[in-house]
Write a protein that binds this ligand. Structure first.
Ligand code: NAP
Length: 509
């Protein structure tokens, strides 16, 4: 049995055991994947992944350190000069298509592992697998279409550009969409001919490991895609600072983004920083209220609010504010919260730390006079798991953390405004700039505001519009660089310019 097949077999056991809710010591898995071989950490250290719905350990996995990162970086660099370096772009695309097929064939396993690690409802985990496969296919199709250009210098010259792979790349991912975020940056990196080392979040190692094992089964040569599981300030920091790494793609919080950006800057390596947001949804009195309500409910509560681009500030024109909030509460009250394996609308938060952070934001808001129109605590009758009810707040003091900082939970705060200028001022008042939404039937107003809002993405009369084709990223503290779309592939390409002086006579004549 190949190492990839053995790894997938252990992952299947973990998935079955986890879904069945088996307690006791969790199975151990060698989760560092280098040169298509699964390894334990050289130090022998391990970490535990816990099912956040049931608070039951799911797996003991490897806590990679500096030496493991070094081995992965060496492997990624070696692979650049081997078979992979000579693999034609079209063939890279075929391998990505094959990997997308493998993800879909293993959809149930991957979805189960994702729900086990992070608690999200099973049908949403299945959707994430489908999204990851679509991401790979988009990039597969682009692999042989990233053309260089010829530069007009006149009759005496031929000048052209070639696209070279950036090299050995680091990918550091968060826990909210572990598989989706891995596919989002690995798809274009592999399409462009790079090699990669992936460091998933400590809460969610399992689908990243499965992804690498499936890539090996799909035919990617050893060393092209390596995974080092472990802690951010150990394995993650060692990876970002490793001299053999040519570029870094980081998805995570603003605070960690600052550390990663500084480290990459010290080594003069390009970095993409996909960070957090405190995203406003602006609803004008002339909006189609049903559509705006759909956007608010989906935007605020999808993935239990643990989405970088979730709606966390609801800016409502004063004339419609009360009615909108009444209907929002009515609709949100219907949402079910529960164990991810029972497929509710909302699963738990990922960890006790995340629950504590969200609780802290709520407590401070309540102390300073906020009014909970819905939720604000644990669902009734729940004693286990890191659950929090869908929560809608009004009267939130604008200086509270709930109003100013990324909460990353199913909590939305409403703020009234009067007129376009005030809406814009509130929307732009924070250091974040990831996503924003405008609901209005006035197209001029929508487009005027879309240009003035400081955000990498603006959605009009909808939320979560777009997929792998549409570039995403932040401005201000929400980061820089863009992922998805053709922009996402450019992150992994180095342009080389080649100039030729053409002699104007035949040699010897
Ligand atoms: P995080 O704490 O910043 O961690 C993200 C990743 O960085 C994890 O793998 C983490 O490892 C690692 N890390 C931590 N310290 C590091 C260091 N010193 N050097 C290198 N890596 C380090 O974020 P999170 O809590 O996992 O994820 C939630 C955040 O991600 C939210 O802010 C959310 O908005 C953001 N996000 C942004 C986007 C986007 O597209 N803009 C998409 C999804 C999520 P450990 O797990 O071991 O700490």
């Amino acid at each position: 049995m190949s190492a990839a097949a053995e790894t997938l077999s252990v992952l299947k056991d973990i998935a079955e055991r986890g879904k069945a809710g088996a307690s006791g010591r969790a199975p151990e898995i060698a989760s560092i994947f280098i040169d298509s071989e699964a390894r334990h950490a050289l130090s022998g250290a391990t970490l535990v992944s816990t099912n956040p719905s049931r608070e039951i350990p799911a797996a003991n996995f490897s806590r990679g350190g500096r030496e493991d990162v070094h081995a992965a970086a060496v492997s990624a660099r070696r692979a650049l000069g081997g078979e992979w370096g000579g693999t034609a772009p079209q063939r890279r695309g075929e391998l990505l298509y094959a990997l997308a097929d493998k993800l879909e064939e293993s959809s149930e396993l991957l979805a189960t592992l994702e729900t086990l690690d992070v608690g999200k409802p099973l049908s949403q985990s299945r959707g994430d697998v489908a999204g990851a496969a679509a991401t790979l296919r988009y990039n597969a199709g682009a692999a042989d279409k990233m053309e260089g250009s010829s530069v007009p210098l006149g009759a005496e010259y031929l000048d052209f550009t070639e696209h070279e792979p950036l090299g050995a790349t680091a990918h550091i991912t968060p826990w909210n969409f572990p598989l989706g975020m891995a596919a989002r940056s690995l798809g274009p990196a592999l399409a462009a001919g790079c090699t990669a080392v992936l460091k998933p979040a400590e809460q969610s190692p399992l689908t990243s490991l499965a992804f690498a094992a499936l890539a090996s089964e799909a035919g990617f040569p050893p060393g092209v895609l390596n995974v080092v599981t472990g802690l951010g300030d150990e394995a993650g920091a060692a990876l970002v600072g490793h001299p053999m790494i040519d570029g870094v793609t980081f998805t995570g919080s603003v605070a960690t983004g600052r550390i990663v950006g500084a480290s990459a800057g010290r080594n003069l390596k390009p970095v993409v920083l996909e960070l957090g947001g405190k995203n406003p949804l602006i609803v004008f009195a002339d909006a189609d209220m049903d559509r705006a309500l759909d956007a608010a409910v989906e935007g605020a509560f999808d993935n239990s609010g643990q989405v970088c681009s979730s709606v966390s500030r609801l800016l409502l024109e004063n004339g419609v504010k009360d009615e909108f909030l009444r209907k929002l509460v009515e609709r949100s009250r219907e949402l079910t919260v529960g164990d991810g394996f029972e497929d509710p609308d909302l699963g738990p938060l990922v960890s006790p730390e995340q629950l504590e952070k969200v609780d802290g934001h709520i407590a401070q808001a309540l102390e300073s006079g906020a009014r909970a129109l819905l939720g604000g605590g644990r669902p009734a009758g729940v004693s286990k798991g890191y659950f929090i009810e869908p929560t809608v707040f009004d009267n939130v003091d604008v200086n509270c953390r709930l109003a100013r900082e990324e909460t990353f939970g199913p909590v939305v705060s409403a703020f009234g405004f009067s007129g376009e200028a005030e809406a814009l001022a509130i929307a732009n008042s924070l250091p974040y700039g990831l996503a924003a939404g405008i609901h209005t039937s006035d197209i001029d107003r929508a487009l005027r505001l879309a240009r003035r809002i400081e955000a990498g993405t603006v959605w009009i009369n909808g939320w979560f519009i777009g997929g792998v084709q549409a570039p995403t990223g932040g401005v201000k503290d929400s980061g820089y660089g863009r992922e998805r779309g053709i922009a996402g592939i450019r992150n992994y390409i180095r342009i080389k310019n080649i100039g030729v002086h053409i002699a104007d006579h035949c040699a010897g004549g």
